[in-house]
Design a protein around this ligand. Structure first.
Ligand code: PMP
Length: 354
């Protein structure tokens, strides 16, 4: 056997294919925060057209998509860096800026790829526990040391769905030393419709040590195509481009993302439907006595503690796949109404879990 010292043991279990798919294919997929909607006809058409040239490598620098994103966000071209999904963009970033032993601060619980991505970059994970369901921004500030290279703010946070508001975030950014990069992971930002939700792209404009991560996997409904991007200072963006594997974003993915950008209005109308369903499911649960944090993403967090695994199994038996975090809680994605009803049918069978 070869020596394999760099394979992290922090790989999230769901990425190993555990407990997500039903052998019969009937399961309501409420475990991965995907969009319940298939691609729009215009997007399918673009994907099919790109597929006809699958014998060719994609355009090397993702030029058209980068241009479209730079126009969409009103930022210069060299402030945008693409990758095959925003998790991979995070990986590219960590690989680019972390020396072995450098510290990466993130809230916990949060997106469960962060530990693995930090491990792969040989960085040291510094997990700052949530305060209730929210980021403990003071705790994150206190955790900064001379070895800190990067702080991640997940907004809205996965899996709690809670939001760090504009005033708290800007106060926090004012206190972070300029040599520490703050990464605002906004994978779910389209679902956060409150007036005080901060727009990371606005915040980064005045702050060279702020970078924003966005994805086509959630509101844009292209999780299977793998496209994400970073907006940040050109040196940060160029570092991310520099660590991308050549041709990592396929031509089909680029075509799908471009067509989705062109159809944003239709896609945002779908987001509104999900937000309505989120309100319906949350209010129904609350009326039954459940404690459900105010979520602004496409999922809800049920802090069931020791009962999490049992509830996850109960859902699975009813062909509803949710994500149970043993001993902590259960995250349920908001899907199409029928899937949400199937989930509520299971929830209705248990005593109030307040
Ligand atoms: N950030 C957060 C907070 C997420 O929850 C996810 C996906 N679950 C991602 C990033 C990664 O998304 P993708 O790699 O599909 O763009």
């Amino acid at each position: 056997m070869p020596h394999l010292p760099r394979v992290p043991d922090s790989k999230p279990a769901y990425t190993l294919g555990k407990g997500t798919a039903s052998p019969l294919g009937r399961t309501h997929q409420l475990s991965s925060n995907e969009s319940p909607y298939g691609p729009l006809p215009s997007v399918t058409e673009a994907i099919q057209a790109a597929g006809l040239e699958a014998n060719r490598y994609p355009e090397p620098g993702c030029v058209r998509l980068t241009e479209a994103l730079s126009r969409r966000h009103g930022v210069p071209y060299d402030h945008v860096a693409l990758g095959p999904g925003s998790a991979t963009v995070t990986q590219q970033l960590l690989n680019a800026i972390c020396e072995p032993g450098d510290e990466v601060i993130y809230p916990w619980r949060s997106f469960d790829a962060y530990p693995m991505l930090a491990d792969v970059a040989r960085a040291v994970s510094v997990r700052v526990p949530l305060m209730g369901d929210d980021h403990d921004l003071d705790g994150m500030l206190t955790a900064i040391t001379p070895s800190t290279r990067l702080v991640i703010v997940c907004n809205p946070n996965n899996p709690t769905g809670t939001v760090t508001r504009r005033a708290e975030l800007t106060a926090f950014l004012d206190d972070v030393p300029e040599n520490v990069l703050v990464v605002l992971d906004e994978a779910y930002r389209e679902y956060a419709q409150g007036a005080d939700f901060p727009d990371g792209v606005e915040l980064y404009r005045d702050r060279p040590n702020v970078a924003v991560l966005r994805t086509f996997s959630k509101a844009y409904g292209l999780a299977g195509l793998r496209v994400g991007y970073l907006i940040g200072h050109p040196e940060v963006a160029s570092a991310v481009c520099g660590t991308m594997v050549p041709y990592a974003v396929s031509a089909i993915a680029q075509a799908g993302a471009l067509a989705s950008l062109a159809a944003e209005d239709e896609l945002m109308a779908r987001v509104d439907e999900v937000v309505k369903e989120r309100t319906r499911v949350r209010e129904t649960l609350i009326s039954w006595g459940w404690a459900v944090p105010d979520a602004e993403a496409n999922f809800l967090w049920l802090r069931l503690g020791e009962r999490s695994r049992a509830f996850g199994e109960l859902c699975a038996r009813a062909e509803v796949a949710v994500r149970a975090f043993d001993g902590e809680g259960v995250r349920v994605t908001i899907g199409e109404p029928a899937a949400n009803d199937a989930f509520l049918t299971v929830a209705a069978t248990v005593d109030t879990w307040s």
